[in-house]
Write a protein that binds this ligand. Structure first.
Ligand SMILES: [Zn+2]
Length: 202
């Protein structure tokens, strides 16, 4: 009898999960259709200024620009670098103009997760790929949006560049993308070359 009750409980729970997943899948389908497919590298310098300093014909990071524009945004949850779980990360360094919306997006996710570190770990948001980073994009000489401090990367191990089914696209993880979209941020997972780890300020 006890086994039967247990089996029944699992069946009911299974149905609830199935109903939730089907509903979310339909919603995420609509989201994908609405998503923009721009590459996002167009006018960062107009909004965020030129972060480079050219000396002797060689471009590098500009300490003056960094000092004037970069701020630290505290993570609501515990986190570490994606390449070493023992290296703790407390904040993300971004452009001051991108900071308030980043803070709001992360606060919304934290609330939706029930302020659960386990849920944040499941989503992959405790694995940090980076924020500000003065560097060229991987495919060419142009500056990465990370060089302007207007992009952050989460969980690169399960949302790699070029991966057409990144982990954030799963129905149960899509509220992360929605939280960023609400703040006008774009998600790289829908770009022609998908970059699922990448979230970018407007
Ligand atoms: Zn990125």
């Amino acid at each position: 009898m006890r086994a039967f009750v247990k089996g029944l409980a699992w069946f009911v729970a299974g149905c609830a999960v199935f109903a939730f997943v089907s509903c979310s899948t339909q919603r995420s389908g609509l989201t994908i259709l609405r998503a923009s497919t721009g590459s996002g590298f167009s006018d960062c310098s107009t909004t965020y200024g030129d972060p480079s300093l050219v000396e002797g014909g060689v471009a590098k990071a500009n300490p003056e620009w960094e000092k004037a524009n970069l701020v630290m945004v505290r993570l609501p949850w515990r986190a570490h670098t994606a390449w070493d779980p023992k290296l703790a990360i407390r904040s993300l360094q971004v452009h001051r103009q991108a900071a308030p919306s980043l803070q709001r997006a992360m606060a919304a996710i934290w609330m939706r997760s029930g302020e659960s570190q386990a849920e944040i770990d499941r989503l992959g948001l405790s694995s940090i790929g980076g924020g500000y980073n003065w560097r060229a994009i991987r495919s060419g000489g142009a500056l990465s949006t990370h060089a302007y401090g207007c992009a952050v990367d989460f969980d690169p191990n399960r949302n790699a560049l070029g991966d057409t089914s990144p982990n954030f696209a799963l129905p149960q993880n899509r509220y992360v993308i929605e939280a960023f979209r609400t703040e006008g941020w774009r998600w790289g997972g829908v770009w022609p070359t998908p970059d699922g780890m990448h979230f970018q300020a407007p």
